[in-house]
Design a protein around this ligand. Structure first.
Ligand SMILES: C[S@@+](CC[C@H](N)C(=O)[O-])C[C@H]1O[C@@H](n2cnc3c(N)ncnc32)[C@H](O)[C@@H]1O
Length: 324
């Protein structure tokens, strides 16, 4: 752990080295299986984190705008239900943009932003601590699919996990329930969860959101291949793959794929893979939940609903839940 004191604020850094879980092993395993797939957490190196910020500024990608407006509107009401002075924990905090909409109302005793993308996390934690000198910040680099360790320096007291951006949708429903159970354990008695979850809606809105006209989501998807070239011994050609994203209504999820433009052989660290023209590498799911579906899943993980809010013709939901 190292501490950085910046004018009027303090940040501590905790690196649990989630990358030790290895891009190479995952890529080799993911290219070997049928259908081929690589989990979305590998999108997020420094370049991937920057591209995600650009996705959030695309007009078709409605979730950040809609969720941010809703959080602004409900911040005081949320604080009246949670009280102030909690330890605020944000898994997958990224740029920590949305938490800024809540900090003045929630007045947490400390903020624990967690992310897999360490350089990006460092920069956003330093910027946040400079902006909120009264707030101790404990930036923690982790893989939240494995664990959610709270640094020893964080104060005692009731906890609040904030999980916006519908990141829960990147898990399968079974994984999402596991993540909620892990959050429940981290929160302990008297804990609360404030979570943003995208709703089911007409396919044309969803398809447009993941196929922005400027091609930023396509670039984000292909960054996985650029990252492989930067970090692995591979001849994979990012330009030999197309971005393909669509709403799979049967599964209730957006699927994102990289589709091989031609029959090709790809080499990764001494392993060879034959890809047919049109064959795809599945890179992300984004499950959408009707409010009652999400509330039932959270209940199965031990959470009791406190209140929820829906924005703009039910485009997006924010839910406040409590541990028993
Ligand atoms: C979709 S972005 C959401 C960012 C932000 N919470 C928001 O709502 O705008 C997902 C964030 O989670 C991080 N992330 C993705 N998978 C992760 C994992 N397995 N462990 C920790 N962080 C992860 C990414 O680096 C990224 O910052």
């Amino acid at each position: 752990m190292n501490d950085i004191a910046i004018p009027m604020g303090t940040v501590t850094f905790h690196d649990h080295q989630p990358e030790a879980l290895s891009l190479l092993d995952t890529v080799v395993e993911g290219l070997s299986r049928q259908p081929r797939a690589i989990p979305p957490k590998f999108f997020y190196d420094a370049r991937g984190s920057e591209l995600f910020e650009r996705i959030c500024a695309q007009p078709e990608y409605y979730p950040p705008t809609v969720e941010s407006r809703l959080l602004t509107d409900i911040a005081d009401e949320v604080a009246s239900l949670t009280g102030t002075g909690r330890v605020l924990i944000e898994p997958g905090a990224g740029s920590a943009t949305k938490v800024r909409l809540l900090l003045d109302a929630l007045r947490p005793s400390a903020f624990v932003p967690m992310d897999i993308s360490f350089e990006f996390l460092k920069q956003s934690a330093i910027a946040l601590a400079a902006e909120y000198p009264w707030l101790p910040v404990h930036a923690t680099c982790i893989d939240f699919t494995h664990s959610m360790p709270i640094p020893d320096e964080a104060p005692d007291g009731p906890r609040l996990v904030f999980f916006p951006g519908s990141s829960l949708g990147n898990f399968t429903p079974e994984e999402a329930a596991d993540f909620l159970r892990m959050s429940h354990d981290t929160l302990g008695h008297g804990g609360m969860l404030l979570i943003g979850v995208d709703t089911k809606k007409p396919a044309h809105i969803l398809n447009a959101a993941y196929n922005d006209a400027a091609g930023v989501t396509a670039e984000f998807n292909r960054n996985l291949l650029h990252r492989m070239r930067r970090e692995l011994d591979t001849d994979i050609d990012p330009d030999a793959f197309d971005h393909h994203a669509f709403y799979n209504a049967d599964q209730g999820r957006i699927e994102m794929h990289l589709v091989s433009r031609k029959a090709q052989r790809v080499r990764v660290d001494g392993h060879g893979f034959e890809l047919a023209a049109g064959e795809s590498l599945h890179t992300e799911n984004s499950y959408k939940y009707a409010p009652q579906e999400f509330i039932a899943m959270a209940a199965s993980a031990g959470f009791a609903p406190v209140r929820h809010w829906l924005a703009d013709d039910d485009l997006f939901g924010v839910y406040l839940l409590a541990t028993a």
